[in-house]
Structures are given as C-alpha cells and as structure tokens.
Design a binder for this molecule. Structure first.
Ligand SMILES: [Zn+2]
Ligand SMILES: [Zn+2]
Length: 52
C-alpha cells in the first residue's frame, strides 16, 4: 500500500501531505510516495531511486 514519507526526518503518513515535524528541515515540503512493504522505505531516497 502506498504511503508517504519525509526523506529528512523519516516521518510517515498514509495520506499525501507535507511534513509537519517542527524540527525538520523539510517541514512544509511534500512527502515522498513510497510503496515498500518492509517498512524500510528503501526506494524513498531519490538518489537511490534514480541510481537503480
Ligand atoms: Zn520531515
Ligand atoms: Zn516505505
């Protein structure tokens, strides 16, 4: 199931949105869609994603 994560703080949501962690550098920025099933969000990070 698709979920959404913040690549900065690791925050996670099951709905699209923005990071709400007040201490996060990416607060207010869109969460990244992720479809991992192992909870590791392995393909979340764009660098990794495009490297594959
Ligand atoms: Zn965050
Ligand atoms: Zn994930």
């Amino acid at each position: 199931m698709t979920h959404y994560t913040c690549t900065e703080c690791g925050g996670e949501s099951d709905q699209p949105g923005v990071c709400r962690d007040k201490d996060c550098l990416k607060r207010g920025q869109e969460l990244t869609p992720c479809e991992c099933t192992d909870g590791e969000h392995g393909a979340d990070y764009e660098e990794d994603y495009y490297a594959r």
